[in-house]
Design a binder for this molecule. Structure first.
Ligand SMILES: NC(=O)C1=CN([C@@H]2O[C@H](COP(=O)(O)OP(=O)(O)OC[C@H]3O[C@@H](n4cnc5c(N)ncnc54)[C@H](OP(=O)(O)O)[C@@H]3O)[C@@H](O)[C@H]2O)C=CC1
Ligand SMILES: O=C(O)[C@@H]1CCC=N1
Length: 273
């Protein structure tokens, strides 16, 4: 992939996952700068990965070819308000990973024209297993689109959405999704402990079952999830008994409602921030 100077504004969970994933795939650490107010996150990243760090967003953004906005949505207006008068964005590519802040809002915050791509990543980027949705307005050129896809492709898989509201669907299906699986794993571990396993063994059982299921799904990408489920489910057996309980409790509807709630919150945030 092309090598450009990248500055991350924000060094939290998501920026760390992307930066660590990038460096581990060979992207030169010397081309990456992370900016954040407190020393804790940025110093840890710099010490661990050899990237540059700074408390100065403006200097960090000025020297970059690519500025990745990686702060919480509610801080975006404040951060962009400081960048706008101090940084010339012409010739730069701006990438936002924020949920609930849309392109028209960035035009208002940073001015137009603005070469911006929205990315909706997820934290498994940290281990090269990320899933990112990408959206770019029509005027963003091929080289910048390719760079963005290569960047996130270095830490996982990517898909483009044609309409910006597709980003909110990506949030529901992938951005927030690791938390759904972790919640499920927490509940399983808790019950395994109640059944008599110590915490560590209960964690091992659940983690390995989840990792195994994910690996099977990945290795059989043409096979519908339903078939993989049926392969576990002996007629009249234990799995069928467990799945029946999920059905009685309307798991599919609960999942659908939860995903719709994520979309609704993203839409609400678009009005708030
Ligand atoms: N977490 C996730 O799974 C995902 C998150 N996102 C998006 O990523 C963005 C960041 O989320 P996440 O990483 O979870 O959040 P975190 O709270 O973990 O990180 C936020 C970062 O922003 C930094 N920050 C705060 N104020 C400023 C400022 N004025 N200038 C520069 N940096 C600042 C914080 O600094 P300090 O280190 O000093 O506290 C911190 O490093 C959000 O917009 C979210 O919507 C998108 C997809 C998935
Ligand atoms: O919870 C959030 O708002 C962010 C966006 C997707 C995952 N985390």
């Amino acid at each position: 992939m092309q090598q450009r100077k990248i500055t991350f504004i924000g060094a939290g969970n998501m920026a760390q996952a992307i930066v660590a994933g990038l460096v581990s795939t060979g992207y030169p650490a010397g081309l990456i700068t992370v900016c954040a107010p407190s020393e804790v996150n940025r110093n840890a990243l710099a010490a661990r990965l050899g990237v540059h760090e700074s408390a100065d967003n403006l200097a960090g953004a000025r020297q970059a070819d690519v500025v990745v906005l990686a702060v919480k949505p509610q801080l975006m207006a404040e951060v962009c308000g400081q960048l706008r008068p101090a940084v010339d964005f012409s010739g730069k590519l701006v990438l936002s990973i924020a949920a609930g802040v849309n392109v028209s809002r960035f035009y208002a915050l940073l001015g137009e024209p603005l070469n911006i791509v929205r990315i909706m990543p997820n934290t498994p980027s940290l281990v090269g297993k990320g899933m990112s949705g990408l959206y770019a307005p029509d005027q963003v050129g091929g080289a910048d689109r390719n760079f963005t896809a290569d960047l996130m492709g270095a830490v996982g898989k990517v898909c483009w959405v044609d309409q910006e509201n597709g980003i909110n669907s990506v949030i529901a299906a992938a951005g927030s999704a690791p938390a759904y699986f972790f919640l499920f794993m927490e509940a399983m571990q808790r019950e395994a402990v109640r059944m008599g396993f110590d915490q560590e063994t209960a964690g091992l059982l659940v983690r390995q079952a989840a990792a195994g299921a994910a690996a099977l799904a990945e290795a059989n990408s043409e096979t519908p999830f339903a078939t993989l489920r049926q392969n576990v489910t002996s007629k009249g057996g234990t799995t069928a008994a467990a799945l029946q309980v999920f059905e009685q409790h309307r798991l599919a509807q609960t999942v659908a409602d939860a995903m719709q709630a994520a979309v609704a919150r993203a839409e609400e945030m678009e009005k708030l921030f």
